[in-house]
Design a protein around this ligand. Structure first.
Ligand code: NAD
Ligand code: UD1
Length: 338
């Protein structure tokens, strides 16, 4: 099946293209390269062993979408394109609502006009806000978001729920990612953040490679097993396999489907540092700092639903995630600019 992958040159989208091709599908990419590097295209092509059709354009541009849908018989859309930096979203809410919400509505209207009724949307565990209990199930309350990025994801989910109710012949799947890390084992594609990384894993690998001096650990007084924040890190390879499973298991089942994509395991910041120290064979320099504003103590997924209905579960363990992140960083010390 031809699958339009919006944001297909970004961190997760690039891995999704490779997983789709491996499963016998044909990814067609639309990306405006606002947060990715065109060099990713050649790397993906190397991994899939053939050329990749890429449109440089914006999901908010209806003409581009109509043109793609006219030129290709697209069977489904995996929608990764969007802005994702929490801090930036607080400073630039309009840009986030425009890109993430208006962009998705524009995509949906173009899909409807082209009679394409299968959509897989990149949502986030951020829609759960600060969870009342862990592990978090898909039925947990959503919407108590703490920043415009999270709110934009929750708004898109709400729009898609209403749209699904009015268009019951569509198959719409919301995938709520926990914390994707890791990289393709080849080290050819991976996460390439611009500026100072906000997220833990890229910060750790940049300290390890010498691009940053010290890892700041934001708080060691949380009610967790060692006082540091606990998250559900998931290997990006497992995450994109979850998308392929969603496409294959739910793409022909109409309605709105919601799944957590996580491992179900809680890993603390200190657990992550210990894993990295093991891979490096040396101690990463760290410093305890005050808590980061807006952070929660712990967040990890209940994963039974995806296991039961998609026949999917995460296979990679924490050491794989850390080794592959480090492999990518070592092979590409300055990301795709290397
Ligand atoms: P990314 O920034 O690496 O990839 C997004 C891609 O979309 C980039 O290539 C960017 O250039 C492109 N893009 C952005 N706006 C666009 C637009 N208007 N038109 C066309 N292309 C556009 O991010 P990622 O980590 O790969 O995340 C992919 C999706 O998953 C995002 O929607 C993100 O919110 C969601 N998500 C990511 C995480 C995470 O930790 N990485 C967690 C939960 C959810
Ligand atoms: C962040 C976002 C969230 C997004 C998620 C996945 C915030 C408030 N939330 O969540 O919306 O969905 O990323 O992309 O930004 N940490 C350190 N030092 C660092 C970086 C992080 O100690 O330099 C700690 C954090 O305090 C946290 C853990 O590491 O306990 C994970 O942080 P991070 O990778 O930013 O992910 P989230 O906080 O889950």
């Amino acid at each position: 099946m031809k699958v339009l992958v919006t944001g297909g040159c970004g961190y997760i989208g690039s891995h999704a293209c490779v997983a789709l091709a491996a499963a016998g599908h044909e990814p067609i990419v639309l990306d405006n390269f606002s947060n990715s590097n065109p060099k990713a295209v050649g790397r993906i092509e190397k991994l899939i062993g053939r050329s990749l059709v890429v449109y440089q354009g914006d999901i908010r541009d209806r003409l581009v979408l109509d043109c793609i849908f006219e030129q290709h018989r697209i069977g489904a859309v995996m929608h990764f394109a969007g802005l994702k930096a929490v801090g930036e979203s607080v400073a630039k809410p309009l840009e986030y609502y425009d890109n993430n919400l208006s962009g998705t509505l524009n995509l949906l209207a173009a899909m409807r006009a082209a009679h394409i009724y299968r959509l897989i949307f990149s949502s986030s565990a951020t829609v759960y806000g600060d969870p009342l209990t862990v592990p978090i199930s898909e039925t947990a309350q959503t919407g108590a978001t703490t920043n415009p990025y999270g709110t934009s994801k929750h708004m898109v989910e709400s729009c898609l729920r209403d749209f699904s109710a009015a268009n019951p012949d569509w198959s719409i799947t919301l995938l709520r990612y926990f914390n994707p890390i890791g990289a393709h084992p080849s080290g050819l594609i991976g996460e390439d953040p611009t500026g100072i990384p906000n997220n833990l894993m890229p910060f750790i690998t940049q300290v390890a490679i010498g691009r940053r001096d010290t890892l700041s650990i934001f708080g060691n007084d949380y009610p967790t097993h060692d006082g540091t924040g606990v998250r559900d890190y998931i290997h990006v390879q497992d995450l994109v396999e979850g998308h392929v499973a969603a496409l294959e298991e739910r793409g022909n089942v109409s309605g709105l489907h919601v799944y957590n994509l996580g491992t179900g395991n809680g890993v603390s910041v200190l657990d992550m540092v210990a894993a990295m120290n093991k891979v490096l064979g040396r101690e990463l320099p760290v410093r305890i700092e005050p808590r980061r504003a807006g952070d929660i103590a712990q967040c990890f997924a209940e994963v039974d639903k995806a296991e039961k209905e998609l026949g999917w579960s995460a296979n990679h363990d924490l050491m794989d995630m850390v080794e592959h992140s480090w492999n990518w960083q070592q092979r590409n010390p300055n990301g795709y600019q290397s």
